[in-house]
Design a protein around this ligand. Structure first.
Ligand code: FAQ
Length: 311
């Protein structure tokens, strides 16, 4: 039997009303949102690292300026999302602590290395492409601050995706070695990109409740299918081969059939054992430790100022 307060809440959600920070909400709803929004924020922050790796080595001044702007956008998205999570009653320090201790997750995709310049194109095209597919429906999330944050973020992600595709367009029209570099990037990033949508629906523990609360609008498999359907023609346009022998157009369903991602690899990466997990987390912890003198300075100043006012 559902508690009357909870029933009234569910009715508002069902009617498509937005839930705002100071309103009553079930504890589970609050916790789920804190988990998802903070993980999303952490993904944006950690997601700066693989691309930041190429800022000093971008092939032209123009490419460098564009990449710099993209990585700055990601920092902005992270801060924006931390603010949205703070409206649920968690502090930023707590969220950082959860990231640094390994309690909170961030997207599996950022635990893979960026080996060549084509990887920067592939990230924009595939990783931002997958992020958009996932985030456009989140603009209609039942929690107001998260839904509104998604509007601007999705606009910027669209620019990011185009810049990635543009890098690859240029490279596939270049030398044979450049084209081979693009194919190699697709081979390495294709399956990890499909894994961004999370485990298959039957293994997704949170989906049913999150969909009932209209935090998620679509299941993981639905979004993965839409991503494949959108991306395969783009790969063909670039003259590339998607590294999936089971990929085949299915006329009846009006979409592609495709192979299973390696779920063992996925669970291994989210458990902290992917190729770059330790490196990524260490970079974030180092940044936190390097900022200690500054946080201490702020606290000391605030204490002195309070003393002066008190005196
Ligand atoms: N990676 O029951 P479900 C970007 C976890 S990048 C890591 O299906 P849920 C921009 C999941 O948290 C992308 N962990 O969970 C960018 C849960 O573990 P928990 C960031 C994953 O929440 C581009 C467990 O597995 N976007 O935006 C992953 O219903 C380029 C069970 O899974 C978002 O975060 C994964 N791939 O659905 C930046 C979108 N998948 O929490 C820089 C918001 C699942 O119990 C460069 N998030 N897990 O410990 C979501 O939409 C959802 O949270 C899902 C997962 C779809 C990721």
């Amino acid at each position: 039997e559902m508690d009357p307060q909870e029933r009234a809440f569910q009715e508002r959600v069902d009617a498509g009303q937005k839930i705002e920070p100071k309103e009553w909400m079930p504890e589970g709803y609050r916790k789920t949102l804190i988990r998802q929004i903070s993980q999303h924020a952490h993904s944006e922050i950690v997601g700066q690292l693989p691309e930041g790796n190429w800022i000093t080595r971008a092939p032209t001044l123009e490419r460098k300026a564009i990449l710099l702007a993209k990585v700055q956008d990601e920092a902005g998205h992270g801060l924006y999302l931390y603010c949205a999570a703070e409206t649920l009653g968690i502090s930023r320090d707590e969220m950082y602590e959860q990231l640094h201790s390994g309690k909170a997750k961030y997207s599996s995709i950022f635990n893979y290395p960026t080996l060549t310049w084509a990887d920067i194109g592939a990230i924009g095209w595939l990783v931002d492409g997958a992020a958009i597919m996932n985030q456009v429906p989140l603009q209609r999330c039942s929690y107001g601050p998260y839904a509104r944050a998604m509007v601007r973020i999705c606009k910027e992600e669209s620019f990011h995706q185009r810049q990635g595709f543009d890098i690859l367009m240029k490279m596939v029209k270049g030398t044979l070695a450049q084209k081979a570099m693009v194919q190699d990037a697709l081979n390495r990033w294709w399956w990890p990109s499909l894994m961004m949508f999370g485990p298959s629906d039957d293994a997704s523990v949170h989906s049913a409740q999150s969909m009932a609360w209209k935090i998620k609008q679509n299941s993981n498999d639905e979004l993965r299918q839409k991503f494949v359907d959108q991306t395969v023609p783009q790969a063909e346009y670039l003259g590339l081969t998607v590294p999936d022998p089971d990929l085949k157009w299915n006329e009846t369903k009006g979409g592609y059939d495709f192979g299973e991602p390696d779920w063992e690899e996925f669970f291994n990466v989210i458990a902290g054992n992917g190729p770059c997990n330790a490196e990524r987390l260490n970079a974030r912890k180092q940044a936190w430790d390097d900022g200690a003198w500054f946080r201490d300075g702020l606290t000391a100043h605030a204490e002195k100022a309070a003393e002066r006012h008190g005196a």
